[in-house]
Each structure stands twice: as C-alpha cells, then as structure tokens.
Design a binder for this molecule. Sequence first.
Ligand code: ADP
Ligand code: DP6
Length: 328
Amino acid sequence: MSSRATASARANIALVKYWGKRDRRLNLPAVGSLSMTLSALTTTTSVSFEEGLPDDEFTLNDTPVVIDNGCRMRRVLDEVRSQAGFSKRARVLSRNDFATAAGLASSASGFAALALAAARAAGLDTKLTTLAHLARLGSGSAPRSLLGGIVALEAGESADGSDCLPVQLTPEGSWEIELLVVITGSGSKEVGSAEGMELSRTTSPYYSAWLREAARDLARGRRAVAARDFGALGRVTEASCFRMHAVALAATPALLYWNGVTVEVIRKVQALRRLGLEAYSTVDAGPHVKVLVCSRDSARLAQELGAVDGVLEVLTARPGPGAWEESE
Ligand code: ADP
Ligand code: DP6
C-alpha cells in the first residue's frame, strides 16, 4: 500500500537576513528575518510512503541522492513518520527549475515543498505550525516559502520553536515591487549557509553586534512594509545584507561569498541610484546579487544590470505564492 502527494513551492529571498541559529538540532534561528517569496524559481516534489521499500529514496533532478542518517532530508521524513505513527520508507522525486545549492535558495523551496508533500502523503494535518516545523528541520529559511508575498519570521524564544512561525505581511499582487536576480557566476557555493553561520557564531567578533542590530532591522523592515515605504525597505535591505557579510568576513577563516562581478553589480546599483533610479542590492551565501526594484523601473534596471561585464543572466521575479499542493 502506498500514499502519495505532490507539492510545489517557490524560493524566497531574505530582505532582512537570518544568519545564526539559537538551536542547531531544531534549526531555530537566532534572529528573525523578512523575505519575499518569488514568482519564479520553483521546486516540485512528489512523496510516496511505500510498504516494503527498504530505505528512503531521493531523486533530485533525475539524479539519485544518498540519504544518510541524520541528513536534512532524513530528519524531515523521520519526523513525518514519527507524527504519523508508521515506519514506511519514502520514495521522493523532486525537481528544481533553477540551479541547486548556488545561492538561489533551493533549500528553502525544496524543504517547503517536501514538508507539504510528505505531510499530505502521510495523512498529517497541514496546519502552518505542522508544516513550519517540518520545513525548518530541513532549512531555517524554508518556513518562509510556505507563504506568499512578503513574509516575516520571528526568531521566537520557545525551546520547541512553536513561536517561530512565518507570518504574511503583504500578499502577492498587493505591492508593485520586484526582485531582479542577477546571476554572476556558475557552480555551487563553497561554504554552505549552515556551516557559514555556525562559523560566524563561534568565531566572528561582530556576532553579538549582529544579533542586536538584526532585531532592529527586522522592526525597521516590518514598519517599511506596513507603510508601503519602498525606500525604507530598500535601505534596510542593503544594511542587513552588508551587516551579515561583515559578520561572515570577520569569521575565522574569513567567509567571502562574493566574486568580482558581485561587487561590480553592487556598485552599478549605487550609481543608478545616484541617477535617480531606486534600487537596492542584497546578497546571500553565494555570489549572485538580488536587486529590489519598483515594477515601473524593472525592465530598464534589468537591462542596465544585464550589461555589467561578467553578468550571465538577469531573472525577474515578483512577489509570488506560498507552497501549494498539486493534483495527482
Ligand atoms: P541554496 O542556496 O540553493 O539554498 P544550500 O547549500 O543552502 O543552497 O542548500 C542546498 C541543499 O538544499 C542541497 O544540497 C539539498 O540538500 C537541499 N535541496 C536543494 N533542493 C532540494 C529539493 N528540491 N528537495 C530537497 N532538498 C533540496
Ligand atoms: C544568507 O536557510 O540556507 O540566505 O537553516 O542552515 O538551511 P539553514 O540555512 P539557510 O540560510 C539562509 C541564509 C541566508 C539569509 C536568509 O535567507 O535569511
């Protein structure tokens, strides 16, 4: 007997960054964050729990991936089995329509889609608390991809993470803003986010200042969204990004996620701003630059940024939907 479900989710990009964990086992963030779920960059995942399957099987983009004990995927599936009260192993087929592990948040869309598909296939409830807990066991930023539009995720204080739930601040379609995803290189990142943030927590002298300022940045970000103040949201977006990278750069060994083109794109955004075009950069644990723009300026800015030497591609995303179940 098998039970099967399919779900999709979109990547999200943090405007106010999460960097550092307060509990590594449950993957609870040390700071809150604020993100935009995108209208592009999609993961679609099918899960079937099957009687007689000797072990979990995971195929990502047509390639089998080894599921070790303790790996993120196993943690999510084990939690689903424990809540469902069965031991059936899972066959998981997943596809990202964009580069995996390259700083484009495949872990966020990947684990949001997995949480929803696995919960459905196992017959669990699909309340936000259940799905956020499951998605977070995979990745700290994944609960944000459960919801659409602009989303806040508070750090919370409870030991079990029950007060660390994503909240939608504005639904998709309610604000004419976009994110240009400027691709500045190819290949996977050298140091994953989990490793990089743990190195920052344990070795960066700026980590405590980061925690203090991140809480203020989240409050600033929330106020900017409530007031639909694009400039204020853009300023806190850039500030949060630079603070995060300052903490990472000060770690031992130093974490430098940028390449030369990353810097050129950031400089171009600053130059365009001086010409009166409002745009703000953010960079995650990889070399690509995501640029927050008003929809009315998006086409012109995409063209300007696409012309920067070394830029490979510019993708345009609006605020997009939260995770959804596909019909079988
Ligand atoms: P990214 O910037 O793409 O999020 P990370 O290194 O943080 O890069 O995360 C990549 C990891 O996320 C992969 O190695 C894999 O473990 C997981 N991942 C990516 N895509 C999926 C998916 N579709 N389903 C489940 N896990 C995924
Ligand atoms: C820089 O969510 O990928 O993108 O919880 O270890 O999976 P894990 O880390 P992850 O880290 C995201 C870091 C970031 C900022 C952000 O998305 O908030």
